[in-house]
Design a protein around this ligand. Structure first.
Ligand SMILES: [Zn+2]
Length: 274
């Protein structure tokens, strides 16, 4: 499932192909995604210049003159850039956007992705219902120890689940939560409210490092194609704890443990993480 690093890798790969380019055509082959792709999309987008390709959480925000195209990769979505006319579409190629000199295809076998339109007249995109409740971005300077400390007071849920909820900081998906907590030396079962200021600071640093590394290994595998699974695959090879149940901790050789928290697997070292 594409997480924030994969979406950021997608954004970085697409941006040079789309920013400053004008939309010359839009084909919606199949509108059935998580929410129906609006039928009016071609009339709204054709002729528009894409000023910026931004990201908020796991949403790609295509900023055009008249508004914002919001895209989400769901469970299995990916964008592919074709620099020459693409081959005949496959059954999972639902949407195509033509620009001056390239073709973008959205493929999504499981259809949990989304493509939505937010006209400029509807106001600030940051206040869109899908975005307004999101936590801060992990690389935003506002994500700091003081914020984590304040936001975890009174929260009795385990820190792993609080991280996954995404209302403090976005982008810490299941794999990255285990990896960040290992790096910060924090037990995933620890009630969030018991984190002191020092551990909040270590957690902030660990989250940033883990996500930055995932983005950089994903980015290094790119050419003109952006895969949903690629970055995770490369990152997983270097995972410290995730998927390593029973294997020796890379720091202390204690066998890595696995547990379920809210139906999601958590991996941790019982000796390094307190
Ligand atoms: Zn250990």
């Amino acid at each position: 499932m594409p997480e924030l690093p994969e979406v950021e890798v997608t954004r970085r790969a697409l941006a040079p192909h789309v920013e400053g380019r004008r939309v010359t055509g839009v084909v919606v082959r199949d509108a059935r995604m998580r929410w129906p792709v609006p039928r009016e999309l071609p009339q709204w987008l054709v002729g528009q210049r894409i000023d910026h390709l931004d990201r908020r959480g796991k949403y790609l925000l295509w900023q055009v003159e008249a508004g914002t195209l919001i895209s989400h990769l769901g469970m299995s979505g990916s964008w592919r850039v074709h620099l020459a006319p693409p081959p005949a579409p496959g059954r999972h190629d639902h949407v195509e956007i033509h620009l001056d000199r390239c073709w973008l295809r959205l493929t999504d076998p499981r259809r949990f992705g989304a493509l939505l339109w937010h006209p400029r007249a509807d106001g600030d995109i940051a206040q869109h219902p899908l975005l307004a409740h999101l936590g801060v971005e992990p690389f935003d300077p506002r994500f700091d120890a003081a914020l984590v400390y304040a936001a975890t007071r009174g929260r009795t849920a385990p820190i792993k689940q609080v991280l996954l909820a995404g209302d403090i900081v976005v982008g810490v998906g299941n794999i990255y939560a285990s990896e960040s907590l290992f790096r910060a030396g924090i037990n995933p079962k620890l009630p969030a409210r018991r984190l002191g200021p020092m551990r909040c600071a270590r957690l902030v640093e660990a989250v940033r490092e883990v996500l930055a590394e995932a983005i950089s290994v994903g980015g290094s595998t790119l050419r003109d194609f952006v895969g949903a699974e690629g970055a995770e695959g490369y990152f997983m090879r270097e995972a410290a704890v995730y998927g390593r149940e029973g294997a020796p901790c890379r720091a202390c050789r204690t066998p890595i443990r696995r547990l379920l928290q809210g139906q999601r697997a958590t991996y941790y070292c019982p000796r390094c993480q307190r």
